[in-house]
Ligand binder design. Structure first.
Ligand code: SF4
Length: 203
């Protein structure tokens, strides 16, 4: 039996995490990357146990039926966890649609769950070169996200590509380069978010 999904946080209602659908958000514990503008720094450690047992998340979601249309799995990095697919299936059986936020760090895990999602938000943090790995704080990050992008496009799932612009690292020219690169793959341009000072890490 797979370990249950470790959950770091739960938002019962949001209008902004899944475009066009009223949703709840399940924040998974653990992320392999260390983006300097991360808003969810407390969710990144893999050694921390999720704050909310999965059974409690399910109980909360039963109470949201009729109020929300979908559940978004976010993080942290949801695809880090082998229990994600089973959690998505359980949520589907409860009657909810499913959104998935991912940074694309685990393309093979993403491949296994993408068909269980109705919509995917994929971060594209930088042009697919050295800057990508610098922002993610991990070598090979650019290649992993590029693979995840191919998997997403091949799936035919509705999606949004999202780029966070932290002016310490990214310029408008970098965003143009991202759009040229994803455009060559046949993807729509990225939605740009601006890094907020509260999200900057003091590491
Ligand atoms: S991928 Fe997301 S959760 Fe992970 S460090 Fe970067 S911004 Fe934070």
């Amino acid at each position: 039996m797979l370990p249950p999904l470790p959950v770091a946080g739960f938002t019962p209602f949001t209008t902004i995490d899944y475009p066009g659908r009223l949703s709840a958000v399940v924040f998974c514990q653990g992320c392999p990357w260390r983006c300097p503008y991360c808003h969810n720094a407390a969710f990144r450690s893999f050694s921390a146990v999720g704050e909310i047992p999965w059974t409690e998340v399910v109980r909360k979601l039963w109470g949201r039926r009729g109020w929300i249309e979908a559940v978004v799995f976010s993080g942290g990095e949801p695809t880090a966890h082998p229990g994600l697919g089973a959690a998505m299936e359980e949520v589907r059986e409860m009657g909810f649609g499913i959104g998935l936020h991912t940074a694309g760090a685990y393309p093979e895990a993403f491949r296994k769950v993408v068909d269980k999602a109705d919509w995917v938000g994929l971060d594209v943090k930088a042009p697919f070169g050295p800057l990508y790995d610098r922002i993610a704080g991990a070598s090979g990050a650019a290649q992993r996200v590029f693979e995840s992008l191919q998997i997403l496009l091949a799936s035919g799932k509705p999606y949004q590509l999202r780029t966070t612009v932290d002016p310490r690292f990214m310029t408008s020219e970098d965003v143009r380069e991202i759009n040229a690169e994803v455009g060559e793959c046949g993807a729509a341009p990225v939605t740009v978010q601006t890094a907020q000072p509260l999200g900057l890490l003091a590491e």
